[in-house]
Design a protein around this ligand. Structure first.
Ligand SMILES: NC(=O)c1ccc[n+]([C@@H]2O[C@H](COP(=O)([O-])OP(=O)(O)OC[C@H]3O[C@@H](n4cnc5c(N)ncnc54)[C@H](OP(=O)(O)O)[C@@H]3O)[C@@H](O)[C@H]2O)c1
Length: 358
């Protein structure tokens, strides 16, 4: 089924996603009849592009990586004055049966904007939404979920926490009737990588520089270091899994800095590990803070960019989900899994309607 996509944001994640859907084109077509076509791209400083017949998104990625504007794509596709909301509006009226807005702009920790308004606009004009941006689920999950339900559209964000690991999918698809009681986890790759480097006696700055060079650190690295990224993930997890109605600003939060090196080395000297841990219990406000963990704690064992989350449940006890190495491909893959979910939901809806009319 022809599925038209608009990418709002075309940075590290957006460009990896554009390439990934080309790399997996045959599998997506063969397994799920998902025929994706990127018709719109919007950026902040690199221009915008739209073509209802489909853009050459891989070429667009090359252009942006050269530091050039999407106007290089040609006069018809280039939309130098189009804003993100214009691109979303143009996406909604192409002749494809499925329209998906892919929101991959940076996290705005003050209020989750403009990502939340991008999501609202897309749902309002009949598009489905997938995002790797934590803002929408961390600040406005309940309202956006209600807007999606009212519109009969999907609002999915698998890539917002632990990249491509099926976390929200796991709970939604495989844990019916289970009540989540809480969670604790190491959910920020940049700080975990730096803490692992510090305990080996490395310096703070080069470890951070490596995470920035790999595109894993947030564009504004203070979001990782000050614990904001982990707080946004904890808020999204609490809102979705624990029925909370909080924002990252409600979370008690502390991060790491160059001064953390002494504490990391001291913890290692005692046989322990210092990790930035996000903790939440149903009904209580989550906390993000560096914690010295004994070596037997699962959270102490994740090193480098690895993440781990322990879900506390009423029927299954504790369930641990680990991601042993995160990269852009995993995050881009999460967006692909959301596309497949959207396609399967649509197929189920059509089959249900067909059965009812028999
Ligand atoms: N990188 C990761 O490993 C990772 C993992 C999980 C989740 N995420 C999340 O995924 C999202 C994207 O991350 P990223 O690494 O791709 O970020 P990035 O490399 O900084 O790219 C952000 C993109 O958004 C564009 N942009 C900024 N403001 C915009 C606006 N108002 N309207 C339209 N476009 C706008 C930027 O355009 P210009 O370049 O022209 O300014 C750029 O194309 C973030 O929310 C991040 O938290 C990232």
């Amino acid at each position: 089924m022809r599925t038209d996509l608009a990418l709002i944001g075309f940075g590290n994640v957006g460009r990896r996603f554009a390439r990934l859907i080309e790399e997996r084109r045959e599998r997506l077509l063969g397994d799920d009849d998902l025929d994706c076509r990127i018709v719109g791209i919007s950026t902040r400083r690199h221009g915008s592009a739209f073509d209802s017949h489909g853009l050459d998104a891989v070429q667009a990625a090359v252009i942006v990586e050269r530091g050039e504007s999407l106007s290089e794509l040609g006069a018809l596709a280039a939309r130098p004055h189009a804003r993100s909301f214009d691109i979303i509006g143009m996406l909604a009226v192409t002749n494809a049966p499925l329209h998906v807005m892919v929101e991959v702009t940076p996290l705005d920790i003050s209020a989750g904007q403009p990502a939340i308004e991008h999501v609202r606009a897309a749902l309002a004009c009949g598009c489905h939404v997938t995002t790797a941006n934590k803002g929408p689920a961390a600040f406005e999950y309940r309202d956006l979920r209600a807007a999606a339900d009212a519109a009969g559209r999907s609002f999915l964000f698998e890539g917002a926490v632990m990249d491509g690991i099926p976390l929200f999918n796991l709970v939604r698809e495989t844990l019916p009737a289970v009540k989540m009681l809480g969670f604790r986890g190491v959910v920020n790759s940049t700080t975990n990588y730096i803490l692992s480097a510090l305990e080996e006696g490395e310096d703070f700055e080069p470890a951070l520089a490596r995470m920035q060079a790999e595109g894993i650190a947030e564009a504004d690295a203070s979001l990782d270091l000050d614990g904001w990224d982990a707080a946004a993930k904890a808020a999204a997890l609490a809102n979705v899994l624990l029925d909370a109605r909080i924002t990252p600003h409600d979370i008690r939060r502390s991060g790491i800095g160059p001064g953390t090196a002494a504490a990391a080395l001291a913890a290692t000297g005692r046989g322990n590990r210092l990790r930035l841990v996000a903790t939440a219990r149903r009904g209580a406000t989550p906390v993000v803070e560096p914690v010295e963990l004994p070596p037997g704690d699962l959270l102490a064992r994740v090193r480098g960019t690895a993440n781990v989350l322990i879900l506390q449940t009423d029927l299954l006890g504790e369930i641990a989900i680990a991601q042993l190495g995160g990269s852009l491909t995993e995050t881009a893959y999460a967006l692909v899994t959301d596309l497949v979910t959207i396609r399967r939901r649509q197929q189920a809806l059509h089959e249900g309607l067909a059965r009812r009319t028999l």
